[in-house]
Design a protein around this ligand. Structure first.
Ligand code: 15L
Length: 274
């Protein structure tokens, strides 16, 4: 039975996966800067600040595979992103190498490619177009993952997660929604599939409006079960409560693109009206 470490156990995704993973990976080791508030006595937890390499090494001891959900999960100041995602992300891969960990699943994000317009369908091999410092840190993490796979033989899977949750929250999320159980499937592919070397998959369920070509995940056996369109009415009701956002509504990254946007807005052309 592989010994699995999950960082970011107190965060949004970590809190949900803490409940779903133990039947698959008994003995799952959880980590975060602070323990989850509802930590139960049968869960194993070791605190670590990822910006400290020695602490990263301590949590990687005796581990076969890592689910790296730790770090900053939204746009933030350069200092916060630098410590948690750039230094923290690098430390995590370096600690994994030093401690002989075999596989790492890196939680990347759709914000690594958020500045692609919504009418542009993209695969996982496009040039990164990050939509903020957070997105840049995800591109960095994917690059470090590729380096450690190619140079050190670590088996690395990067998941460009869309929007994780029980249902799509608005119109944009109908295209990028990821059901928790589908994320578990993607994690299992990364942790168990014999042919993984370095892969990038989109973390998305069965979304008819998807902007992403995720065929690589399907080639590795991914069979998502969450159907975004089943929640169409809910998503549209929620969308109706939002203010129009000319930049965010045009690009895949949504509101992350409009934060601090001061470029020429005339480059936003509505192709559907041409
Ligand atoms: C992400 O990467 C964030 O971690 C999450 O909080 C959401 O904002 C999500 O992207 C999204 O794009 O909806």
């Amino acid at each position: 039975m592989p010994r699995i470490l999950m960082t970011g156990a107190s965060g949004g995704i970590g809190s949900s996966l803490r409940k779903l993973l133990p039947p698959i990976y008994p003995g799952l080791l959880l980590s975060d800067i602070k323990p989850p508030k509802d930590l139960s006595p049968n869960e194993k937890f070791k605190a670590a600040d990822l910006s400290d390499l020695a602490q990263c090494e301590a949590i990687c001891e005796g581990v076969d595979g890592i689910l790296h959900f730790g770090g900053y999960s939204v746009e933030g100041s350069w200092e916060d992103i630098l410590q948690a995602n750039i230094i923290g992300g690098y430390n995590l891969f370096e600690a994994a190498r030093k401690k002989g960990v075999k596989r790492v699943i890196f939680a990347s994000s759709n914000h690594a490619v958020g500045f692609y317009p919504r009418h542009h369908k993209i695969g996982t091999d496009v040039t990164p177009r990050p939509d903020g410092r957070y997105g840049v840190s995800k591109v960095f993490g994917e690059a470090v993952g590729a380096l450690y796979a190619d140079k050190h033989g670590l088996k690395v899977t990067c998941l460009r997660i869309g929007n994780f949750g029980e249902m799509p929250l608005d119109h944009r999320r109908l295209a990028i929604w990821l059901k928790p159980e589908d994320l578990v499937q993607l994690c299992r592919i990364g942790l168990e599939h014999p042919d993984i070397h370095f892969e990038i998959f989109y973390g998305a369920s069965l979304n008819e409006r998807a902007w992403w070509d995720n065929h690589r995940a399907y080639e590795f056996g991914y069979r998502p079960t969450g159907r975004a369109e089943d929640f169409w009415q809910h998503a549209m009701d929620e969308q109706a409560k939002l203010k129009p956002d000319p930049v965010g509504d045009y690009y895949q990254g949504g509101a992350f693109c409009s934060i601090e946007f001061d470029a020429d807005p005339s480059r936003i052309i509505d192709w559907s009206k041409r």
